[in-house]
Design a binder for this molecule. Structure first.
Ligand SMILES: [Zn+2]
Ligand SMILES: [Zn+2]
Length: 385
C-alpha cells in the first residue's frame, strides 16, 4: 500500500502537530520507564490512566462524534460540558474543527474533499493528514454553523489549548498528588496525561485508517468503510464503521445488543435518567434491505461475467421484488409488535397470529433471495436442475 501526497498542492508541515504527535509518544515511553524504575507503579497510576482513558475516549466517540458531528441524540448541559472538557484533554482539536473535518469525511468519503481520504493510503488516513497543512491552516466552518449556536462549543473553541492542557495533563497530576504526593503526581501526569493521550490518539486514528481497510462490508459497498469487532474493542465501539457510514445518524454503531459498543451503552444509560433524549435509531426495515442490496451487489460483481445483460436485468428485478417485499414485511412486523405491547388481552390472540404469519413470510422471502444469489453464483447447477 502506498501513501501518496497530492502533488498539485504545496506540502506544508503543521509543525505544532508534528512536534506534538512525535514528542508525546517519546515522552510517554521515557516517562513511564523512568517513573516505574524510580517510584514503582501502583494502583493509583492505573486507576488515573483508566479514568482519563474512558473520560477522554468517550468524550470523543460519544461527544465529538455521535452527539456533535452527527446529532444522533440530544444531551443535557452537564454532559456537553464534560465532553467539551475531556474532549479538549484528548488533544484532537476543538469540537468545531473536529466536526467540520468529520462531516466532510462523510460527505465526500474516499474523495478529494475527504480530509482523511483512505484511498490516499493507510498512513495518510491514520495521521499524515494531521501533520500536513494542505489548506494553509484555514478551516471552513460553514458546515458546523448549527454547532456554533451552543455556547459550550464556542467557549471550548476559544480556549481549546488551555483547557486541553489543564484537563488532559495538569488535572491527572493534581489527582495523583492528592492521593500520594509527588511520586503519584508524576505518575498521574505520565500515565493519565502522556500515555493515555497516545492511546486515545491512535484509537481514534485507527477508525480513519484501519476501519477503512480491514473488515466486513455488510451495509454498503459505496465507500471503503468496514465493520471490525477487534477495532470496536479499542475504540469504544466505533469499529462497526461500515454500519456507521451507511446510517450515520444512528446513535449506535454496533446495532445488536451483544455487539461491543460502550458508546451506545453510555448514551442509552443516560437516556434512562433523561440526561439524553431523541436517540435516533434506523428502522429495522432499512437495515435489513441495505444488507440485502449489499449482498446482491457483491454477488452481481462477482458473477456478472457468467451472465448476459438480459439475465442480469432479470436477476435485478427479482432482487428488487424480494427487497420491497422484505421492507413491507419487516415494517408490518414492527407495527404489530408495537401494537402487541399496548393491546388488551382480547386483541392479543389475533396480533400474535399476524406476527407468526409475517415471520413465516420473512423466512420465505429470505429463502427466495438466497436461491436467487445461488443461481447467480452457480448458473450451471441451476440450469441442470
Ligand atoms: Zn470513515
Ligand atoms: Zn461519523
Amino acid at each position: 500500500m502506498s501513501d501518496t501526497i497530492d502533488n498539485s498542492k504545496p506540502i506544508k508541515l503543521n509543525w505544532i502537530n508534528v512536534i506534538f504527535l512525535i514528542i508525546t509518544p517519546i515522552l510517554a515511553l521515557i516517562g513511564s520507564i523512568w517513573h516505574g524504575v524510580t517510584y514503582g507503579i501502583t494502583w493509583v497510576e492505573f486507576s488515573i490512566f483508566f479514568i482519563w482513558y474512558f473520560a477522554c475516549g468517550l468524550s470523543i466517540t460519544v461527544g465529538y462524534h455521535r452527539l456533535f458531528s452527527h446529532r444522533s441524540h440530544q444531551a443535557v448541559l452537564p454532559l456537553r460540558i464534560m465532553y467539551a472538557l475531556f474532549g479538549a484533554g484528548a488533544f484532537q482539536n476543538s469540537i468545531l474543527e473536529w466536526c467540520s473535518d468529520h462531516r466532510r469525511h462523510h460527505k465526500e468519503t474516499d474523495q478529494d474533499g475527504d480530509p482523511y481520504n483512505a484511498t490516499r493510503g493507510f498512513w495518510w488516513s491514520h495521521f499524515i493528514w494531521i501533520l500536513v497543512d494542505e489548506e494553509d491552516g484555514k478551516v471552513d466552518y460553514s458546515n458546523v454553523r448549527d454547532l456554533q449556536k451552543d455556547w459550550v462549543v464556542r467557549l471550548q473553541h476559544r480556549f481549546i489549548f488551555s483547557i486541553g492542557f489543564l484537563v488532559g495533563m495538569i488535572a491527572p497530576a493534581i489527582v495523583g498528588y492528592a492521593i500520594g504526593g509527588i511520586p503519584t503526581a508524576i505518575g498521574g501526569f505520565v500515565w493519565g496525561g502522556l500515555v493515555r493521550t497516545v492511546f486515545v490518539h491512535h484509537g481514534t486514528f485507527l477508525i480513519n485508517s484501519a476501519a477503512h481497510v480491514w473488515g466486513k462490508q455488510s451495509y454498503t459497498t459505496s465507500n471503503s468503510s468496514k465493520d471490525s469487532l477487534w477495532l470496536a474493542f479499542f475504540t469504544f465501539g466505533e469499529g462497526y464503521h461500515n454500519f456507521h457510514h451507511a446510517f450515520q445518524a444512528d446513535y449506535r454503531n454496533g446495532i445488536r445488543w451483544w455487539q461491543w459498543d460502550p458508546s451506545k451503552w453510555w448514551i442509552r444509560a443516560w437516556s434512562l435518567v433523561k440526561f439524553n433524549s431523541n436517540l435516533k435509531k434506523t428502522p429495522k426495515s432499512s437495515i435489513k434491505t441495505a444488507k440485502m442490496r449489499t449482498s446482491f451487489s457483491k454477488i452481481a460483481n462477482q458473477s456478472e461475467h457468467n451472465h448476459n445483460d438480459n439475465t442480469m436485468n432479470i436477476f435485478e428485478s427479482r432482487s428488487d421484488e424480494c427487497i420491497s417485499a422484505m421492507r413491507e414485511s419487516v415494517r408490518y412486523l414492527d407495527e404489530k409488535r408495537a401494537q402487541l405491547r399496548k393491546s388488551s388481552s382480547n386483541a392479543r390472540k389475533i396480533i400474535v397470529e399476524q406476527i407468526a404469519q409475517t415471520k413465516d413470510k420473512i423466512i420465505t422471502i429470505n429463502k427466495e433471495f438466497q436461491t436467487l444469489l445461488d443461481e447467480m453464483m452457480h448458473p450451471s447447477v441451476h440450469a441442470g436442475a
